[in-house]
Ligand binder design. Sequence first.
Ligand code: AR6
Length: 176
Amino acid sequence: MANATKLRIKQVDITTLDVDAIVNAANQTLLGGRGVDGAIHEAAGDELLAYCKLLGGCKTGEAKLSPGFNLKARHVIHTVGPVWEGGQLGEAILLANCYRNAMAIAQKERFVSLAFPAISTGAFGYPMEAATRIAISTVREFLEQNEHDLREVVFACFSPKAMLTYERIHDDVYSH
Ligand code: AR6
């Protein structure tokens, strides 16, 4: 029932959210890093790193599941966004794959609540506006086209500016 799913745009540290899963913007090693990846590993504790060592890395655009350990979130869905190289190397498709594959895991696990950070928009340099359009339209399309148990999908924005971008693009995507 896609209509029953609420899309929420919040300015919040994703590591504080009490949801079935938060999505991590990781790198291919899945062994931690800076940015949201570093914050998630810090909050989840060393057990997350030990678990991730067993996952064997992750290709760009794909996604893998772990427990949340010390996080309030029950699980972490690790995905690897594309590095922005100017837009001609399939970055948009790879970024959409991140959202789609994370949603597919949430669907399979029958998660009710899920939160995304703005994948690739930090260290990986993806322009915020273009990335936001992909995030919102891909999630919307997945919700509309698939049976799932999701009742809430949160876009966790780290700055007020990011939140304003998400709100504007959300209104734009939903008015068409
Ligand atoms: N909660 C929500 N959003 C956050 C948080 C947080 N706690 N911290 C940062 N952000 P980035 P990427 C936002 O760099 O671009 C890592 O080293 C941030 O403002 O975390 O996909 C990995 O290991 C930005 O909008 O991820 C990889 O090597 C967004 O999260 C690489 O960086 C993503 O920024 C991944 O780069």
